[in-house]
Design a binder for this molecule. Structure first.
Ligand code: PMP
Length: 302
């Protein structure tokens, strides 16, 4: 996919000028926090909708505050930067957005500034394939007492990368990571749901997960559909009794799981609850279904 014309690093600039110095704390120590965001193009309405923009920018504020940055990019600043960039690039298709607040200067690892904001917005049409074969990873999720997963810090992603690389080496599509205590946590960049006896179950927020925006959305949509939802610790042995399972997240959207550790789930992937959820999610995100307008921010190209 061709690179867009512009990126945004403390201001609009040409894509090829959007660089980060090798002496920066971001490069040397992973001193950066970020958000992955999507915008959906609705061809019939000729409209681009950013999906849950405010929720993402609030989490970015939290991550910056947690890392004690000496300058915090606010929701309003992040939204203004993104809108300027989307307008400049004028991409009229589905878009993937990365917004990173990073320590752009050199120095000691304990410094908390100077902070820069980088935004990219690139065309993205890939829908993740359904029917994933996944393994329970030998890599455990880093706990809140070591590397808090509710902070969306770049450094955390080494943990998930190890699990993802192992899964691919072993011929799987992805991995489910367990907590240090052996309970189900999440995938490398997505949250986990299973349906067991008609109840949708997902690990609770104390299971070392990212407090995922898609997870909250899924819980809301399932409840609206009359499906009971439980947020609780999940034992590994429960996975073998699931009728359906799926991952969810900004990049993965709703991705049905077919098998776990080579054991097929109780129904074809996607099962009926997952399939309906995926259709509804997509319709609302693209604005084809007018429900939940508060989750969509329309881009003004004029
Ligand atoms: N867990 C991790 C580790 C992630 O990186 C992501 C992607 N941001 C998710 C879960 C899903 O979170 P969200 O729905 O907010 O994208």
């Amino acid at each position: 996919m061709a690179a867009p014309e512009y990126a945004w690093v403390n201001g609009l600039l040409k894509w090829e000028d959007a660089t980060c110095h090798i002496s920066s704390l971001a490069f040397k120590y992973g001193a950066a926090v970020f958000e992955g965001i999507r915008a959906y193009w609705n061809a019939e309405q000729e409209a681009l909708y950013v999906w849950q923009l405010e929720e993402h920018l609030k989490r970015l504020e939290y991550s910056q505050r947690f890392m004690r940055y000496d300058r915090i990019f606010t929701v309003e600043e992040g939204a203004a930067a993104l809108m300027e960039l989307l307008k400049a690039n004028g991409i009229k298709s589905n878009v993937h957005i990365a917004m990173t607040a990073f320590l752009s200067g050199p120095g000691q690892p304990y410094l908390m500034g100077p902070v820069s904001l980088a935004v990219t917005a690139t065309a993205r049409s890939d829908d993740k394939a359904g029917g994933l074969n996944v393994q329970v990873s030998s890599w455990r999720r880093a706990p809140d007492s070591s590397l808090p997963q509710r902070v969306k810090a770049n450094g955390n992603y080494l943990n998930g990368r190890l699990a993802g690389m192992e899964a691919h080496r072993n011929g799987y599509d992805s991995a489910i990571m367990l907590t240090q205590a052996g309970k189900v946590s999440e995938g490398p960049a997505m949250c986990f749901f299973m349906v067991r006896n008609g109840v949708a179950v997902t690990p609770d927020k104390q299971s070392d997960i990212l407090e995922s925006i898609t997870r909250d959305t899924v819980i809301r949509l399932l409840k609206e559909d009359g499906i009971p939802v439980e947020e609780r610790p999940i034992d590994r042995s429960e996975l073998a009794d699931a009728e359906e399972a799926f991952f969810c997240g900004t990049a993965w959207e709703i991705a049905p799981i077919r098998s776990i550790d080579r054991l097929d789930l109780g129904s074809e992937a996607p099962g009926p609850i997952t399939a309906r959820l995926r259709d509804r999610f997509k319709a609302i995100a693209t604005g084809a279904d007018p429900d939940h307008p508060e989750w969509r921010t329309k881009v003004d190209f004029d």
